[in-house]
Design a protein around this ligand. Structure first.
Ligand code: CA
Ligand code: CA
Ligand code: CA
Length: 460
């Protein structure tokens, strides 16, 4: 009864969840978890949990998992119900004795984590919560399916990655976490991700840590993939985080605390310069570890996706993806922006979101062209919603960003990847540089905006 009362209260008792400054920093040790809707004070998202919550399988396609970690619950490890440890491929899936997953790197049934990367991710999602030990994970209903594809250097063969994605989808993973950026993806990987999406999985992809635009990246540009950028404690895009039109959403990715796989020192292994050995270890027994990267931002999104599916198993992967994206809290440049996407993931808002609701405000490009021999600025993009009411395009001089003009008529019909407006250049005298703001209004009154710079170049 006591445990039930504690859960009803919703605030876990894990010491590193409640502490701050354990490595001399000014913020809570699990600041990221707290920032996305799970703070240690009411209202916290955990209090919204359904008493009928169901287990949810989450494939962590990564470096493996230390499944013996004392703060990783035994029942948070996925089990293959059709496989026995007997030297026989009982379920005839091509993998002998794959009782808890598979190690594609070593071609064994032991997805042990040698680098520590995958264990950090798994712990963010599913570390034991409210057990009085260490950290709290997001979702105590998550069942982690560890599929090892990354070697010590963090690299994986595309054939292994594709096979692991197929394995995850075939064995009922409702969430697939891919924390390896994936700038150059082979067609086999792209096709495997497309199959997983068609099978109804939520596919979460780290944007990557090169500080680059993800335009042209193989996996990031597959429609339906959730691409996650990393933010810092000020809700700013982390400097290392990749960015671009493909970014869907943001989540904390700086100084993130997780489980340390036994014997690992991830930052050292990844070759960071000026790293003092064991400096990232946390806890008297070194059982915890802190690291930065979009990998861990992706883990937060996977954790929230699985947490929503635990409460509402009837939802499709596309619905869960939409609920998280559409309910994200706007950060960075106003509206949808290429640095942070729709904004910071918000677990409470995502669970409460209407699974059908969506609005899109997107400016693809701006060009100077001629219409009936007169110079015009053509603004192309998408203004749409599941229940579209109207869209407005407004302009303000860069030097006077509050002096909005509305040089074109409001849109009363949705526009998809077509001209939103053609603005007579005559109406843009007075400034060569303008901020264009597209605001889409849903029939429920909610709005979505995005902005784009219009540069007319030097004065003629
Ligand atoms: Ca098998
Ligand atoms: Ca714990
Ligand atoms: Ca924004």
């Amino acid at each position: 009864m006591l445990a039930a009362a504690v859960h009803a209260q919703g605030i876990p008792n894990d010491p590193l969840y409640r502490s701050s400054g354990s490595w001399g920093q000014s913020y809570p040790d699990q600041w990221g978890l707290q920032r996305i809707g799970f703070p240690p004070t009411e209202p916290t998202a955990w209090t919204l949990e359904s008493p009928q919550a169901q287990p949810v399988t989450v494939a962590v396609i990564d470096s493996g998992l230390d499944y013996t970690h004392p703060d990783f619950p035994r029942d948070a490890l996925w089990r293959n119900p059709q496989e026995k440890l007997n030297g026989i491929d009982d379920d005839r899936n091509g993998y002998i004795d794959d009782v808890i997953g598979w190690n594609f790197v070593e071609d064994t049934n032991n997805p042990w984590d040698r680098s520590g990367h995958g264990t950090l991710i798994a712990g963010i999602i599913a570390a034991a919560s409210d057990n009085g030990v260490g950290i709290a994970g997001i979702n105590r209903h998550a069942r982690i399916m560890p599929l090892a594809v990354l070697n010590l250097a963090g690299r994986g063969r595309s054939s292994d990655i594709a096979a692991a994605i197929d394995y995850a989808a075939a064995h009922g993973a409702r969430v697939i976490n891919l924390s390896f950026g994936g700038e150059a993806a082979s067609p086999v990987e792209v096709q495997a991700v497309q199959r997983a999406l068609q099978a109804g999985a939520v596919v979460v992809l780290a944007a990557g840590n090169l500080g680059r635009d993800t335009a042209g990246f193989g996996l990031a540009n597959i429609p339906g993939v959730l691409v996650v950028a990393a933010t810092d404690t000020e809700d700013q895009r982390a400097r290392f985080s990749n960015f671009g039109r493909a970014v869907s959403i943001s989540a904390p990715g700086v100084d993130i605390l997780g489980l340390r796989a036994r014997g690992t020192d991830l930052v050292r292994t990844s070759g960071a310069a000026a790293y003092r050995e064991r400096a990232a270890l946390v806890g008297s027994d070194g059982g915890y570890y802190r690291a930065s990267g979009t990998s861990f931002a992706a883990a937060f999104v996977s954790g929230v996706a699985s947490w929503i599916l635990a409460q509402r198993p009837e939802l499709t992967g596309a619905q869960v993806t939409r609920m998280m994206v559409q309910s994200a809290r706007d950060i960075g440049p106003p509206g949808v922006d290429p640095l942070t996407g729709y904004g910071l993931i918000d677990a409470r808002a995502a669970l409460a979101a209407d699974p059908e609701f969506w609005t899109t405000a997107q400016i693809d490009h701006v060009e100077l062209t001629l219409r009936d021999g007169r110079p015009v600025v053509r603004v192309t993009g998408t203004a749409d919603a599941n229940q579209f009411a109207a869209a407005h395009l407004r302009l303000a001089p860069v030097a006077y960003p509050n002096d909005w003009i509305e040089p074109a008529a409001a849109l009363t019909q949705p526009v998809r990847a077509a001209a939103l407006a053609e603005i007579d250049v005559q109406s843009l005298r007075g400034s060569r540089r303008w901020i264009a703001q597209l605001v889409v209004t849903h029939q429920n009154g909610r709005t979505r905006e995005t902005r784009h710079l219009i540069d007319l170049g030097p004065a003629p």
